[in-house]
Design a binder for this molecule. Structure first.
Ligand code: FAD
Ligand code: SIN
Length: 553
């Protein structure tokens, strides 16, 4: 079993190094050849990530009434003209194979009789969402984790943070990663590096994402010149629990799929005033409907909420389908059998990411990306519910085709330098940014955006980026040489470096989101501009950024 803890040394080279232990990273590891030495590093515990929190399920057209063609059409429609058709075809055509593989590995999806049970979610024309109660992600991650732990060629390093990519100077191919491991900043060499770091919801004050979702993969790849795509497209989930003091716990769309209503404080099913599909309209539509309704009808829209009314769903179905939602709501004083659940939109999923092809290759040779951090083109401007777990599995599976030359790994000499400093002074600016940035982003790049607010936010974020560049820690992270290991002796330094590294990433992804959102002078999917409310054919293009260059195609 390869589950190492942080007290052990980390090898300084692997054949393939995977950053992140969500569904994408774990499944990728299982698909790689067993004669390769594979490392998985993950910045928290093994199971901390959005995958473990996924509720509603995983989409696949396996019901006899359904077909990949219908799944394709629904995905393209939700994507609002920006999906890459070839990538979506690839996704839907590989869906049943992905599910078969998960079932074979042992994922216990719910069944109706001896058939896999399926539910409906918004904008799906057929019930095609497979689930394991309301903890589908946990069922998948638990099974994948067991399988990964049983593989002797895979070693896992929790509490290990990737801070920088190592690019070979002349060829510009990726050949490793700089990590914070215990109190050491080390460079690990690998023939292939797979970024599977998940989303970036923590850049917004209101998010369903776990604390680890700080956009690290996008920031690391962009800083080294990878092409990133469509970063303005953020999916705001309509129904996050909104109770003072509680995190924005997701109340799954499957709850509406099973028949729950969205009502305002007058009991009015107001979403029908905004879209004829009502509660099951696409997510961006429902989130904007709630946002606009609260702007019109509430004295304090920032704190306001609407409600989910489950009285229409048989109690037995609620008990069977939503045991975790029952438990969490109970914890916050809400009995969902008899009370309405207060909900409001929150940042949930990042459609954009590191541009990848059908083989999960990025624009940097040797660097691959899978899962939410990648932009494969399947989600376009707006993801169809439950397509992202599927994307993790289908695109991670393509890494089985990865070609490397394991024998290229050579013995590597490194020197060690001790750093005694602690970085309390760097942390003053970091603490300020961590408090203010998510609020600024929620207000300026949230559900409804304007050019004026985006510009003001961009000025502020650019200033913070400059402030961070001046801090001594930037020197160690950005400019340390791959021949050198830095050992930090001050006990506080580890947490300081971690906080600093994540903040550097958050300001960079905020900068990229704002730049992209300003560039796109129209509204489409998860990007809505009050000053450009129309969807324009001339904007049916992707937003791409490479270094300082922003362009479209
Ligand atoms: P994650 O599962 O987030 O894993 C990322 C991993 O990378 C983590 O292990 C993290 O610790 C690690 N990491 C990050 N940065 C670093 C770094 N710098 N160094 C080292 N490690 C790092 N999608 C669906 O299809 N169906 C659903 O029902 C569904 N429900 C959802 C419910 C919630 C509450 C949320 C938040 C999302 C949901 N989604 C759902 C979306 C889906 O869960 C995610 O898009 C998907 O799980 C992402 O998987 P991933 O492997 O890319 O990332
Ligand atoms: C949910 O259960 O509502 C989330 C599903 C998803 O994000 O795909």
């Amino acid at each position: 079993m390869g589950y190492n803890n942080a007290k052990m040394n980390i090898p300084n080279q692997f054949d393939v190094l995977i950053i992140g232990s969500g569904a994408a990273g774990l499944y990728a590891a299982l698909c790689l050849p067993e004669n390769w030495q594979v490392g998985i590093i993950t910045k928290d515990t093994l199971k901390t990530g959005a995958s473990d929190w996924a509720q509603g399920g995983i989409a696949a057209s396996i019901d006899p009434s359904d077909s990949p063609q219908l799944h394709l059409e629904d995905t393209l429609k939700a994507g609002a003209g920006l999906c890459d058709r070839q990538a979506v075809e690839f996704l839907v055509n590989h869906a049943s194979e992905a599910i078969a593989s998960l079932v074979e590995l042992g994922v216990a999806f719910d069944r109706r009789g001896d058939q896999l049970a399926m539910t409906l979610e918004a904008a799906h024309s057929r019930p095609r969402v497979l689930h394991a109660a309301d903890t589908t992600g946990k069922a998948i991650v638990t099974t994948l984790t067991e399988k990964v732990l049983a593989k002797p060629n895979i070693s896992i390093f929790p509490q290990t943070l990737a801070l920088n990519l190592w690019l070979e100077e002349n060829q510009q191919n990726c050949q490793g990663v700089q990590v914070l491991y215990g109190n050491r900043l080390e460079w690990i060499k690998a023939q292939g590096v797979i970024l599977a770091t998940g989303g970036g919801g923590q850049v917004f004050a209101q998010t369903t994402n776990p604390p680890v979702s700080t956009g690290d993969g996008v920031a690391l790849a962009w800083r080294k010149g990878a092409i990133v795509r469509d970063l303005e497209f953020i999916q705001f989930h309509p129904t996050a629990l909104t109770v003072p003091g509680a995190p924005r716990f997701l109340i799954s769309e499957a709850v509406r799929g099973e028949g729950a209503y969205l009502v305002d404080d007058q009991g009015d099913r107001f979403v029908f005033n905004y879209h004829r599909a009502g509660e099951l309209a696409p997510r961006d539509v429902v989130s904007r409907a709630i946002f606009n309704h609260l702007q019109k009808h509430s004295n304090n829209p920032a704190q306001a909420h609407v409600y989910l009314d489950l009285s229409n769903i048989p109690p037995e179905t609620i008990r069977h389908r939503f045991p975790n939602i029952i438990k969490v709501c109970q914890h916050w004083g809400i009995d969902i059998f008899h009370q309405l659940i207060p909900v409001a939109p929150a940042a949930h999923y990042w459609m954009g990411g590191i541009a990848t092809d059908l083989n999960s290759c990025t624009s940097i040779p040797g660097l691959y990306s899978v899962g939410e951090t990648a932009s494969t083109g399947v989600h376009g401007a707006n993801r169809l519910a439950s397509n992202s777990l599927l994307e993790c599995i289908v695109f991670a599976a393509q890494l089985a085709k990865l070609k490397i030359n394991p024998s290229n790994n050579l013995t590597r000499e490194t020197t060690t330098r001790e750093i005694r400093a602690d970085f309390k002074r760097d942390l003053e600016i970091v603490a300020k940014i961590r408090t203010e940035l998510p609020v600024l982003m929620w207000q300026s790049a949230g559900i409804c955006r304007t050019g004026t607010r985006l510009n003001q936010a961009l000025l502020k974020v650019s200033q913070w980026r400059q402030d961070l560049q001046k801090q001594p820690l930037t020197e160690y992270i950005a400019n340390s040489q791959p021949t050198e290991t830095l050992v930090f002796t001050a006990p506080e330094a580890i947490n300081q470096i971690r906080l600093y590294g994540e903040t550097l990433n958050l300001v960079d992804v905020a900068y990229l989101i704002l730049k992209s959102a300003l560039f796109r002078e129209e509204s489409r999917g998860g990007h809505y501009r009050l000053d450009y409310p129309e969807t324009l054919e001339s904007w049916q293009v992707h937003t791409l950024i490479q270094g300082d260059r922003l362009f479209s195609n």
